[in-house]
Write a protein that binds this ligand. Structure first.
Ligand code: MCN
Ligand code: CUN
Length: 795
């Protein structure tokens, strides 16, 4: 039962409570561990055909001609669809999530390597793939724009020349903070340090690649689309708009998802092509991409070139941070973030410090690379922001010859300053930063580690200690500020309590492995006193769940979790009236505790939620205005985002001979407010820290001068395993969010945000004897070795 385990959350108090306490096992795991998960590729429909995409081998080229006749003649092939065919259907271009358009199939020009050129539908996957090789395409190859720094050069090839009047590759300029104020603070500061740093292009690379099964029924005009989607409802609305199919005729099912990490937020050409394939052939069509297709064509992450500067007094009071950023968005601006914020939440680069001024300017450019831009556990660019400020603080510590922990402790926002309004417009809801940092230092044995480092340095050994302190901003978002393609970022929840006291809660977010079937049941259980095992959580099917914007940016707990708590409270309130009728008393004479309404002053007289549920559906005379059920629904509009935070300490050893970095220890203290399920939280943190090791030490999607993707397989794009990571040492503090109904903040991306700077800070710290101030990720052995030799950085 839920009561097994140990009290893991002192702030949650009571051991009888379903949240915070114990380590409730995940309800979804029995099917996963027995191989009974149901993923998109498990779906097999009668008469189903298979699609495959022909992709461009070159990054930038005019499409001269395309001949599909041999492919069409191949045995088993049912249809070959080209960009010209889509033009006729007005589907050659589709809107992106960032007010741009993206080619579904190339009509005029290829703009990145791996771009979709044609779609073959055949009786089986092998025939479809074989037929791809029979399509003859003539490309007129053009010079490619690969380096974002050169994208705006006069004379650079114009990538988006299909747009009338376009003469350059500029997408947007965006600023936050006060430039004049910031410049003034910098001008009079004792100490200013600056550094250029690159957050390289990486990829979420979920275990399950993207795919879809489209089933268009021509007689009644309904479309059922099984999809790897983090946001089924938003996808349905967009499909209705793009394909012109009425929204009530579209059902999107996102079954079990084998990891999303942001990769499954967008709508890819493959999904649309599966639908077109089904319409054209009259049969269900499955499309599943392979690993290289996933790495080469679906949403990448990061790709920010950041120039950072930090100003301080000589005593180490940080005064201001400023930055200019060049954002490489690839060939189509398809990043997913609230409309108002083209650089996502990057303007939280002020970090966890009490600053006098801050300013950022971000310039977005097109290059001949795959589109995307906010994937991989990023919280809308908070990853980049935290990396920037945490590297800058470390560089400042070096300059001031101060301990980086001490410098941070001196500048962290103080508990009494919350809610804290930062210089770029955010209002941090709550925090107790110094406590978290001190706790991580205690867990690490920080002073002892520094002593050890000193001894090792004297012996010529390279040991590094890196700290990062981060503030996340998750739970988008208040509809007055935040929408995605015009859809306000709110979530619905519906709760039904059946007559026998079992319940079903329907939510609008979609789990990709985060354990929502467990944690959302826990929230309901907490609020209405039914055990979590008696509460079914339904998600991932637009026919069965209320509208909402989906799972990304760690918004499920802050937004849907709040909706679920409130819908349960609504049921609880309604139950009071029914209980009063059953007990023949007045509702105001009842009190609630642990799953039952009882008469004030006489706790023996009361009704449990199960009894009330039967009463609601029974024959009790109900009061005026109370209907005979125990159901409710809400749509939640959060008043603010939530601001989880954490203090991370990383210890590395660098091999002076090979440049290999070993992460020896990693201490992570996280604060996500009220903790619903400590085991799931730990799992989220372990996963995010592992991502961080990947990004900091191993991963990059690079391109050569022609725009060839050099990271298109797991031989080149490396995934960290248990061998590369230490035994994580996790801890926590609990600072509830004051505006969230149960005080919970998100946790899903905290560790991915916080860990890369801790690791890079540790590597740079280890390399201090070489006078190295900064190293760009990934700190591969080749790069570290070259840095030690004073040689230029290899790719
Ligand atoms: N939780 C909790 N107590 C809290 C906060 C969260 O018990 N105070 C639980 C939640 O109830 C939920 C899980 O932790 O079960 C994550 O919650 P939350 O932080 O709200 O994040 P989301 O559910 O919205 O998940 C999204 C987040 C993102 S954006 C990425 S990217 C990522 C991540 O989740 N992708 C993942 N973690 C992932 N984990 C897995 N296994 N697979 C992915 O694709
Ligand atoms: Cu941006 S990765 Mo998560 O927000 O789905």
């Amino acid at each position: 039962t839920i009561l097994e385990g140990h009290p893991a959350n002192p702030a949650a108090g009571d051991a009888d409570r379903p949240i915070g306490y114990g380590r409730l096992q995940r309800k979804e795991d029995p099917r996963f561990v027995r191989g009974k998960g149901n993923y998109v590729d498990d779906i097999v429909l009668p008469g189903m055909l298979h699609g495959a995409i022909l992709r461009s081998p070159v990054a930038h080229a005019r499409l001269v001609s395309i001949d599909t006749s041999k492919a069409l003649a191949h045995p088993g092939v049912k249809a070959v669809i080209t960009g010209q065919d889509l033009l006729g259907l007005k589907l050659a271009w589709a809107p992106t999530l960032s007010a741009d358009v993206q080619a579904v199939l190339v009509t005029d020009k290829v703009r990145f390597q791996g771009q979709e050129v044609a779609f073959v539908v055949a009786e089986d996957r092998y025939s479809a793939r074989d037929a791809l090789e029979l399509i003859e395409v003539d490309y007129d190859v053009l010079p490619a724009v690969v380096d974002a720094r050169k994208a705006l050069d006069p004379g650079a090839p114009v990538i988006r020349d299909e747009i009338e009047g376009r003469t350059d590759n500029h997408i947007f300029d965006w600023e936050a903070g006060d430039k004049a104020e910031t410049d003034a603070v910098f001008a009079s500061a004792d100490v200013v340090v600056s550094q250029e740093m690159v957050y390289p292009r990486s990829h979420p690379a979920p275990m399950e690649t993207c795919g879809a099964v489209a089933d268009y029924e021509p007689i009644d005009g309904t479309l059922t689309l099984y999809e790897t989607s983090q946001a089924p409802h938003a996808h349905r609305t967009l499909f209705a708009i793009v394909a012109g199919i009425p929204e009530h005729k579209i059902r999107i099912v996102s079954p079990d998802i084998g990891g999303g990490f942001g990769n499954k937020v967008g709508i890819y050409p493959g999904y649309i092509l599966a639908v077109v394939g089904s319409i054209v052939t009259g049969k269900p069509v499955k499309w599943m991409e392979d690993r290289s297709e996933n790495l080469m064509s679906t949403s990448f992450a990061r790709d920010y070139i950041m120039q950072g500067e930090i100003a301080a007094t000589k005593e180490g009071k940080i005064l201001a941070v400023r930055t200019t950023v060049l954002a490489d968005h690839g060939a189509f601006n398809a990043t997913a973030q609230p409309t108002k914020y083209p650089a996502g939440f990057f303007h939280i680069f002020t970090g966890s410090y009490d600053l006098q001024a801050a300013h950022c300017k971000v310039t977005g450019v097109y290059t001949n690379k795959a589109p995307g831009g906010v994937a991989y556990a990023c919280s809308f660019r908070v990853t980049e922001a935290v990396y920037l400020v945490e590297r800058m603080v470390d560089i400042l510590a070096r300059k001031l010859e101060m301990d980086p922990a001490e410098l941070r402790l001196k500048n962290l926002i103080k508990p009494e300053q919350f809610p804290y309004k930062n210089k770029t417009g955010w209002e941090y809801d709550s925090g107790d930063y110094a406590t978290a940092l001190r706790k991580s230092m205690e867990m690490a044995g920080y002073d002892e580690l520094r002593r050890e480092q000193k001894e090792k340095r004297a012996r010529g050994e390279l040991m590094g200690i890196g700290i990062s302190f981060f503030t996340e901003t998750v739970g988008a978002g208040p509809r007055k500020h935040m929408d995605i393609v015009g859809l306000g970022m709110n979530d619905g929840a519906e709760l039904r309590v059946h007559p026998t006291g079992k319940a079903v809660v329907r939510i609008s977010v979609q789990s990709q492995g985060q354990g929502h079937e467990t944690t959302f049941a826990q929230i309901v259980a907490e609020e209405i006193g039914i055990p979590p095992e008696d509460i079914d959580v339904v998600h991932g099917d637009t026919d069965q769940t209320p509208f909402g914007l989906g799972t990304y940016g760690s918004r499920s707990t802050p937004v849907s979790g709040a909706a679920v708590a409130l819908v349960a409270r609504k049921v609880r309130e309604k139950a009071k009236f029914i209980a009063a009728a059953m007990l023949e008393t007045r509702p105001e004479d009842l009190e609630w505790e642990k799953g039952r309404w009882f008469v004030k002053g006489d706790p023996s007289v009361g009704k449990t939620m199960a009894e009330i549920a039967m009463g609601a559906h029974g024959t009790v005379a109900l009061p005026e205005g109370i209907e005979g059920n125990l159901d409710a629904e809400v749509t939640y509009d959060p008043p603010n985002l939530t601001f989880p935070f954490g203090a991370y300490i990383c210890v590395v050893d660098v091999d002076p001979g090979t440049g290999h970095v070993k992460v020896r220890r990693f201490i992570a203290v996280d604060d996500c407010g009220t903790r619903i399920n400590p085991m799931i939280i730990e799992g989220q943190v372990h996963g995010g820290l592992t991502d961080g090791v990947g990004m900091a030490l191993m991963q990059i999607i690079e391109f050569d001068a022609e725009g060839n993707n050099l990271g298109g397989s797991f031989m080149d794009y490396l995934i960290p395993t248990a061998l590369e990571v230490p035994n994580w040492e996790t801890g926590f503090t609990v600072t509830p969010s004051p505006h969230h109904p149960i005080g919970a903040k998100g946790i899903g991306e905290s560790a991915t945000v916080g860990s890369p700077p801790a690791i890079v800070n540790a590597v740079v710290d280890a390399l201090a004897p070489f006078g190295i101030q900064h190293m760009d990720m990934p700190c591969t052995p080749a790069r570290v070795w070259a840095a030690m030799q004073g040689r230029p950085r290899p790719p």
